[in-house]
Design a protein around this ligand. Structure first.
Ligand SMILES: CC(C)(COP(=O)(O)OP(=O)(O)OC[C@H]1O[C@@H](n2cnc3c(N)ncnc32)[C@H](O)[C@@H]1OP(=O)(O)O)[C@@H](O)C(=O)NCCC(=O)NCCS
Length: 477
C-alpha cells in the first residue's frame, strides 16, 4: 500500500503534462497575451476530460484498506481522538507533500520555484503572483503576466468601508487572527459567487464568479492585514496601495516596511512557501470542506483562518517566538547547550509540545525551514536569535527522539519564520499567523476555483459510533 501510494504521489507531479498540456519546465509556454482567467478557461475542459478518463479507468478500484485505528487517530494512553489521519480522501493537484522531500507545487520543489518563477527587478526571490499562476494553471508565467496579476490585485485591493469599521471597532486585545477572520467573512457581502448563485447561475459556470471572488480575496488581504497591524500595534493610518508595485511590496508598505528591500524579499519568499501544503492540512481542508457547501470563497477562507489560528497549526509560528523568548528570560542569551537541553526537557515534562517541531506528514526537516535558514544565512547570519534557532535545531531532534513519542523530530516551517520577521523589526508575534493566513489564501483560493470547475460535490464523510464498530466486527468474526 505504502509503495503504491508513493508511486501515485510521484505520478501526480505533473498532472497537466499527463493531460497533454505543456507543463513549462524551464520557460513560460503560456501564450504571451493571455490573462490568468483566459488561460484557466482554456485548461478547464481538458482537465474535466482528464478526470473523466481517470474515473473511467480507475473509478471502481480500491484505494487501500481503512483501519479502525485511522478512524480514532492516536492510540497511545494519552490519546487524543483525531479522525481521518492519513486517510486518502481528497484530490488536489496544486501541491503534493512527500513525507521525505516535502512540498512540491505543481511538481516543482521550493528551490525549483525559486529558480523558475519570475522575480521583481533586482530581486532574487520568487514573486507570489507567479506561484499563484503556477498553482492555478501548472505553468510558469511570463514576467508580463505576473506584472498583470500585481496590477489586477492592486486595483482590487480596496475593502468596503463597513469592513474597515468592523476592524476599527475591534478591541486591540482581540487576537489579530480573530479580527482577520471576522473581516474576511464580512467580505462575503460583495461575493460575486453568492450573487450569481442567487441569480440562478448554471453549475457549469460556477468557476467564473469563484475566480473573481478568489482574486478579490487575495487582493484585499493586504489592506485587512495592514489595518489590523496598525490598529493593534501602532499608527492606524494606512498608506495607499501603489498600482505599480508588486503584492509583497504593497503588503510590506502597509506594515511600514516598504523601504526595506530585504524585508520585501523576505515577504515574497514567505508567501510563496506558506501558500499551500497539499489539500489535507487543517486550513486547506477546512476551506475545501466549507466551499463544498457552495459557501463563497470569503466564507470558506474565513473558516480556513479559524483553523490556522490553532496552536498545532499556524499559531505555532507565534508560539515558537513566545517559547524562545521565555527560554531567553529563563536561561539568558548565549546560553550553553546544556541549559538549552534542560529547558527543552522541562517543556516536555510540563506536558507541552516543543513548538515548531514535528509534523503530521513530514518525516524530515521541512524544506520550508531550509529555505528560510538559507535566507537567514544570506541576510542575517550574525543575528543572535537566528543563532539560537540554529542551536535549538542541533538539540531538539535528539531530545524528541529520546522522548520517543513524536513521529517526526525535525523542525517545520514555523520554527524559523518568526526569527526572520523579528530581525527586520516586525516583532509583534501575535501578528505572525496573520502573515501565514495571507499566504495560505493563495492555495485555498486556487483549490476553490478548481473545485468549482470540476464540480466537486458536498463533502460528507461517514461517521460511526464505537458501538457500531464493535457490532460490525462481532458480526464478522
Ligand atoms: C505538528 C503536530 C501537531 C503533528 O501532530 P501529530 O501528527 O499528532 O504528531 P505525532 O503523531 O508525531 O504525535 C505523537 C505524539 O508525539 C507528540 N509530539 C509530536 N510533536 C511534538 C513536539 N513538537 N513536542 C512534543 N511532543 C510532540 C504528540 O503530542 C503526540 O503525543 P500524544 O500521543 O501524547 O498525543 C505535532 O508535531 C506538534 O504538536 N508540533 C508542535 C506544534 C507545531 O509546530 N505545529 C505546526 C505544524 S506545521
Amino acid at each position: 500500500m505504502a509503495a503504491s501510494l508513493r508511486s501515485i504521489v510521484q505520478a501526480s507531479r505533473s498532472p497537466f503534462a499527463r493531460a497533454g498540456i505543456a507543463s513549462a519546465r524551464f520557460s513560460s509556454t503560456v501564450p504571451k497575451q493571455s490573462t490568468l482567467k483566459d488561460r484557466l478557461a482554456e485548461l478547464i475542459p481538458a482537465e474535466i476530460e482528464h478526470v473523466k478518463q481517470i474515473r473511467a479507468q480507475h473509478g471502481k478500484k480500491s484505494f487501500g484498506p481503512v483501519l479502525v485505528d485511522q478512524l480514532y487517530g492516536h492510540v497511545s494512553p494519552s490519546s487524543r481522538l483525531s479522525s481521518m489521519r492519513g486517510l486518502p480522501a481528497l484530490i488536489w493537484d496544486g501541491s503534493v507533500l512527500d513525507a521525505e522531500e516535502g512540498i512540491r507545487f505543481r511538481g516543482k520543489s521550493i528551490p525549483e520555484c525559486q529558480e523558475l518563477l519570475p522575480k521583481a527587478p533586482g530581486g532574487s526571490e520568487p514573486l507570489p503572483e507567479g506561484l499563484f499562476w503556477l498553482l492555478v494553471t501548472g505553468e510558469i508565467p511570463t514576467q508580463e503576466q505576473v506584472t498583470g496579476l500585481s496590477r489586477d490585485w492592486a486595483a482590487r485591493a480596496a475593502i468596503p468601508e463597513f469592513v474597515e469599521e468592523i476592524l476599527d471597532r475591534c478591541p486591540p486585545t482581540l487576537h489579530p487572527m480573530s479580527q482577520f477572520s471576522l473581516a474576511v467573512t464580512a467580505l462575503n457581502h460583495d461575493s460575486a459567487f453568492a450573487k450569481a448563485y442567487q441569480d440562478g447561475i448554471s453549475k457549469k459556470d460556477y468557476w467564473g464568479p469563484t475566480f473573481e471572488d478568489a482574486m478579490d480575496l487575495i487582493a484585499k488581504l493586504p489592506n485587512i492585514a495592514g489595518r489590523i497591524y496598525r490598529n493593534v500595534f501602532g499608527d492606524g493610518k494606512l498608506p495607499a496601495i501603489d498600482l505599480h508595485k508588486d503584492y509583497s511590496h504593497n503588503l510590506a508598505t502597509l506594515f511600514g516596511f516598504g523601504e526595506n528591500e530585504a524585508f520585501v524579499e523576505l515577504l515574497r519568499l514567505y508567501i510563496t512557501i506558506h501558500s499551500d501544503h497539499e489539500g489535507g492540512n487543517v486550513s486547506a481542508h477546512t476551506g475545501k470542506l466549507v466551499g463544498s457547501a457552495l459557501s463563497d470563497p470569503f466564507l470558506a477562507f474565513g473558516a480556513s483562518l479559524n483553523g490556522l489560528a490553532g496552536p498545532l497549526h499556524g499559531l505555532a509560528n507565534q508560539e515558537v517566538l513566545v517559547w524562545l523568548r521565555k527560554m531567553q528570560e529563563k536561561i539568558g542569551e548565549n546560553a550553553s547547550d546544556v541549559a538549552v537541553k534542560e529547558y527543552v526537557w522541562s517543556t516536555l515534562k510540563g506536558g507541552q509540545v516543543v513548538p515548531g517541531y514535528g509534523h503530521a506528514v513530514l518525516r524530515k526537516t521541512d524544506p520550508r525551514y531550509v529555505a528560510q535558514r538559507e535566507f537567514a544565512l544570506k541576510h542575517l547570519p550574525h543575528d543572535p536569535l537566528f543563532r539560537l534557532v540554529g542551536q535549538v535545531y542541533n538539540i531538539v531532534p535528539n531530545i524528541l527522539l529520546e522522548a520517543g513519542k513524536a513521529k517526526n523530530p525535525w523542525p517545520n516551517v514555523d520554527a524559523h519564520s518568526g526569527v526572520l520577521l523579528t530581525h527586520y523589526g516586525l516583532t509583534q508575534m501575535q501578528f505572525y499567523t496573520v502573515l501565514f493566513g495571507v499566504s495560505r489564501a493563495f492555495g485555498v483560493a486556487a483549490q476553490l476555483i478548481w473545485d468549482r470547475a470540476l464540480g466537486a460535490p458536498l463533502e460528507r464523510p461517514k461517521s460511526y459510533s464505537s458501538a457500531a464498530i464493535e457490532k460490525i466486527f462481532r458480526d464478522h468474526e
